[in-house]
Design a protein around this ligand. Structure first.
Ligand code: GRF
Length: 203
């Protein structure tokens, strides 16, 4: 599947997807890395790899919808079939999200539905949870909502700071995201309709 990765910053998850996609049997091909921030370090890395990159600086567009129109044009031009958000820090309009329904995935650094939004590790420590992790999910209009594709857990250890915990979670993000994209690109994640059928049979 022709896949675009959208980033806003460092791009370490993007890097893990690109590296996984180099395996001969990997079902997703990374045809585009796009950023809304021109200075995103991940863009420099992607360029150095010889990947096609695009900058769509949201500050240059009068509205979210116009920004998304420009993004959609590039996705169409590259005949993109799947979109993977990897540290992409812009909320999308419901229209854009619906257009990509079940074809756009995101990684979030907590065990959803716990700790949606920002500062997840700080909040996990604050809440005193003993296990946290990461989640890859299909994107829905509400932030950090949507059917879960894959999760992995790590312990929260005594003395953890948000930084030490973030590093532990990031290490598993880099394993879970490529595995989840593989499942989606290979068509191995049942869609909502198929799930209803499975539930009826088992219920
Ligand atoms: C990751 O922790 C990801 O889960 C979250 O933002 C961070 C992005 O890091 N959505 P990177 O840009 O992939 O290195």
């Amino acid at each position: 599947k022709r896949t675009a990765i959208l980033i806003s910053g460092r791009g370490s998850n993007m890097q893990s997807l690109v590296e996984a996609s180099r395996a001969a049997d990997y079902p997703a091909e990374i045809v585009l890395v796009a950023s809304n921030r021109p200075e995103a370090p991940g863009i420099a890395w992607a360029k150095a790899q010889g990947l096609r990159t695009a900058i769509i600086d949201h500050k240059h567009y009068p509205s979210r919808a116009v920004f998304e129109g420009a993004l959609q044009a590039i996705l169409d031009e590259q005949r993109v079939e799947l979109v993977a958000l990897a540290g992409f820090m812009r909320l999308m309009t419901p229209a854009f999200v619906e257009h990509w329904r079940d074809r756009m995935i995101n990684i979030h650094p907590s065990l959803l539905p716990s700790f949606k939004g920002l500062h997840t590790h700080e909040r996990a420590i604050e809440a005193g949870v003993k296990i946290t992790g990461c989640t890859v999910h299909f994107v829905r209009p509400e932030m950090d909502e949507g059917p879960i594709i894959a999760q992995a857990a790590v312990p929260v250890l005594p003395g953890d700071s948000p930084e030490t915990l973030a590093a532990r979670v990031l290490a598993i993000e880099h394993r879970v995201y490529p595995a989840a994209l593989r499942l989606v690109a290979a068509g191995q994640v049942p869609n909502d309709q198929e799930k209803v059928t499975i539930n009826q049979h088992s219920g």
